[in-house]
Design a protein around this ligand. Structure first.
Ligand code: F6P
Length: 362
């Protein structure tokens, strides 16, 4: 009987717990295996912070946001400062991780993660560790899958926020900028922007021109639309490079996440007579109970990851793809982790939502 490990890497996303539940239940109920959960992503796998997960541990997890295992963006085994080994600088601890897994008696690891965690999983797989990946990130920017766990919930939250901003923007005749997550890719801003009826959508894949944004706002005023909603992905950047940022001067505050909407607020307030407000939605998009779509997706992928191990598959990510034929709207495929490690999946410029947005004047 096998003993498998599981960890949740990178930032949290709604549906992680649902995926854990599916992994544990399938491993135990279908195959009779033992499941060991590692705490705080790769950190627990390096340091040996682990606990057995039984059916009782996953009860009630389907609807719970976050991850019961804990998450850590900073735990990269190839660049890690080991607290017990006196490291003053981060260094390669991949062999420490492999040794820890061997000591605990893990014969395969399921990594539920985004592009970063799955790229690490790929490197560990190349070193001989048996690995299966499951794609999760609210950003939806993982190659090889149509959708990642957490994206649907984030879009739902972001859309609700845009709906709420509409009524206040309209009442005050304001320009309202809403900044959404999406460091590299604009999937959330595009989807929530279209679903929430934003008038302008700015995504990293299409550098924006400030004058064009001003034109749209002025055009709306001429048509007696006194307010404008702008959905901005955190990674959106102007076409004229840093010029817009330079002209703005220092931001009121600087932080890792958020900022572009504040720059735009400053710029637009200078140019337009209208009041401009910026709202950074931030980690609200990562919290809360997963939507039915994310619960179902997480359950399907979690269960399929265990099946992949049972088939002795290795070095792959379970993913969803549009079903080429037959009744189902989507099917599960196994994609080499090497493909996932090629970098984030950006919004293609010929995506139907980009075309539709342009078609309706966004
Ligand atoms: O990777 C998902 C993401 O939501 C990014 O869009 C964002 O830049 C990042 O997480 C912020 O993560 P944290 O504040 O947890 O480091």
């Amino acid at each position: 009987l096998r003993r498998i490990g599981v960890l949740t890497g990178g930032g949290d996303a709604p549906g992680l717990n649902a995926a854990l539940r599916a992994v544990v239940k399938t491993a135990i109920l279908r195959y009779g295996w033992t499941v060991i959960g590692f705490e705080d992503g790769y950190e627990g796998a390096i340091l040996g912070r682990a606990r057995q997960l039984g059916l009782d541990d996953v009860r009630g997890l389907l609807v719970r946001g976050g991850t019961i295992l804990g998450a850590s963006n900073r735990a990269n085994p190839f660049f890690f400062a080991h607290p017990e080994q006196g490291d003053t600088e981060p260094r390669d601890h991949s062999r420490t991780l492999l040794a820890t897994l061997e000591r605990i008696g893990i014969d395969a690891l399921i990594v539920i993660g985004g592009e970063g965690s799955l790229s690490i999983a790929h490197r560990l797989n190349e070193m001989g560790l048996r690995v299966i990946g499951i794609p999760k990130t609210i950003d939806n920017d993982v190659r090889g899958t149509l959708q990642t766990i957490g994206f649907d919930t984030a879009v739902t939250t972001a859309t609700e926020a845009i709906d709420r901003l509409h009524t206040t923007a309209e009442s005050h005749h304001r320009v309202m900028l809403v900044e959404l997550m999406g460091r590299d890719a604009g999937w959330i801003a595009l989807s929530a922007g279209v679903a929430g009826g934003a008038d302008v959508i700015l995504i990293p894949e299409i550098p924006f021109v400030l004058d064009r944004v001003v034109e749209v706002i002025r055009g709306r005023r001429q048509r007696r639309r006194s307010f404008t909603i702008v959905a901005v992905a955190e990674g959106a950047r102007p076409l004229d490079g840093e010029a817009v940022f330079e002209r703005t001067g220092p931001l009121p505050y600087q932080r890792k996440y958020g900022g572009i909407s504040l720059v735009l607020q400053k710029q637009l307030s200078r140019i337009l007579p209208t009041e401009v407000r910026a709202v950074v939605l931030g980690h609200l998009q990562r919290g809360g109970t997963p939507t039915p779509t994310d619960r179902a997706l997480a359950t399907a992928l979690g269960s399929a990851a265990v099946d992949a191990l049972a088939d002795d598959d290795d070095g792959v990510m379970v993913a969803i793809r549009a079903h080429p034929a037959g009744q189902a709207t989507w099917g599960i495929v196994r994609v080499p982790l090497a493909e996932v490690a090629r970098g984030p999946r950006l919004v293609p410029l010929d995506h139907p939502l980009v075309r539709a947005a342009r078609g309706i004047g966004i």
